[in-house]
Design a protein around this ligand. Sequence first.
Ligand code: AMP
Length: 402
Amino acid sequence: MKILVINSGSSSIKFQLLDMARESVLASGLVERIGEPQGLVKCILKPGTEKEHVVKKTQAIKDHTSGMRLAVEMLSDKDQGVIADKRDVSAVGHRVVHGGEDFHEPTVITAEVLAAIEKNIPLAPLHNPANMDGIRVAQELFAGVVQVAVFDTAFHQTIPPHAYHYALPYELYEKERIRRYGFHGTSHKFVAGECAKAMGRSLEELNLITIHLGNGCSMTAVENGKSVDTTLGLTPLEGLVMGTRSGDVDPAIHAFLARNCHMDIEAIDRLLNKDSGLKGLCGLNDMRDIHAAIAAGNERAKLALAVQTYRNKKYVGAFMAVLGRVDAIIFTAGIGENDGVVRTMSLQGLEPFGISLDREANTQRMTKPTLISQAESRTQVWVIPTNEELAIAREIKVVLSR
Ligand code: AMP
């Protein structure tokens, strides 16, 4: 069973073709700088095998349709390609960022489903239109193939009302659907499942704190396998300190900036989303650069690291209170999987609560699920590599088997 997974952004499309019999990657690639004078399509065919072959094309890419068409040409190449006939593809899966309250699980895309994704555009004005572009292109290029949407928000639809409501006038929830939705759901669900497997336990009996630390960052409290709270909110801005996003701020900062710094709402939105977080504090948003700057004596970089890891720890404490018993804490994504210093600082001082890292295990390079806590640690700590494409493809396999 071949499944093509598409993650379509405003000016780029990531794609991966998976063979689900072996859960192996047949091809993966990226279409970049759509709509700019010089675009790029890159595709790695049969990665990790003797026949690995990289194809690149640099040219103007007018829109998502022309970008995806180039990608499909590479995938279908007579000599090197991995799709002999488009009917060999069992399904195309799409990552869709905001499903609002309409979607609790992966859903076969129909005209009604597309209309519902469109209805949720006000909740994700940058992401949902781009996701819809990807769906339309795939519907055209893979006519007759089942298209499935997998929503970033779906895993969090089990969060109870007392955790998803903001203390705002209730009408704003009724009329505008303002509430916590949460994101990175596919990643949180995937690493929770992989951790259960690694622990040899059933997910339904586990309480977990999953920490996704990449460019975007979020933490989820998982009770008996279900999301019961998460740090991202109505939009992907709340909670942890991210690469360029502020995470939690006093909501009155908006009014302060408007009154005292004469910023309009667009400028404030940009400030909080694009110029804050690690970048706002020290000018750098890549954790590797921050460590290099700290080594060179940069005090602001040190502060940025301290602010991010302190916020992580504060939310670990909050979610321990939410869950009561925590069987495991999981770190994942670019920083979570690779950065032992961030992991150590995020859990420093939590030994009295039954969380003790194994210093040696925490510093090794990890490409598979790895236990990094001491044997006597009441709460285990794991590094679990996330794989959103595989997670999406697995969800689609379940939909197809129904
Ligand atoms: P992601 O969004 O999951 O792709 O994560 C991207 C972020 O992970 C980058 O911006 C880096 O800050 C971080 N990252 C990637 N590799 C490393 C590494 N080896 N050590 C520390 N941080 C890393």
